[in-house]
Design a binder for this molecule. Sequence first.
Ligand SMILES: C[S@@+](CC[C@H](N)C(=O)[O-])C[C@H]1O[C@@H](n2cnc3c(N)ncnc32)[C@H](O)[C@@H]1O
Length: 201
Amino acid sequence: MNAKEKSRAYFNAHRKSRLARGGYWRLDYGHVLAEIETLRPESLIDIGCGPGGFLRAVQKRFPEIQLNALDLSEEMAGETQERLGRSAVVTVGDAEHMPLEGGQYNVVTCNMSIHHYPHPQGALNEMYRILVPGGTLLLNDMDCAAPIRALANWVFPRLPGGDVKMYTRREITEMIQNAGFERWYYRKISPFSFLCTARKE
Ligand SMILES: C[S@@+](CC[C@H](N)C(=O)[O-])C[C@H]1O[C@@H](n2cnc3c(N)ncnc32)[C@H](O)[C@@H]1O
């Protein structure tokens, strides 16, 4: 099985598990929500939404935002749809080849999902494509000290969940730039994670 097949099978089998409902990274949501508070977008899409915990927090705090989601796993997408209700548009699909029209969303979020993507440049190109001009990407994922990163990158292919790679700050910011984003700000938000805010001009 390749990484995507592993991710899909693993998350399809863990719809109701505690792990799939969010781990330590839920602590990062506050930082992402604070950015959303300043942006107050009309629409938002969460890529690699998992079981919808982040979007549920967005929905409770900003009920006026039109919510959308995409996930590779049918079960995760189904769980998100159930939790958010019918007003949310939830799509099953691959972040690297999104079955979505371009120029639609004011904000794209992606929390703890990009380390599952074997071709993250393709996903970032897609995130750029689906944003409206002036839209913002909020990208949150792992960032640990180099020895921990090296260990994680050795362990990842041996795990069942389709984890691929903990990308470096340099890799992330180069891919953001290659995707076409003109302004970005990468910051550590915990010893284990980063949040990168990038704007499509
Ligand atoms: C660790 S979970 C994070 C879920 C959620 N964002 C959260 O904050 O809890 C990773 C999610 O990314 C999804 N995923 C993995 N590869 C994907 C891909 N190529 N395209 C879309 N979603 C993907 C998985 O199905 C899973 O739901």
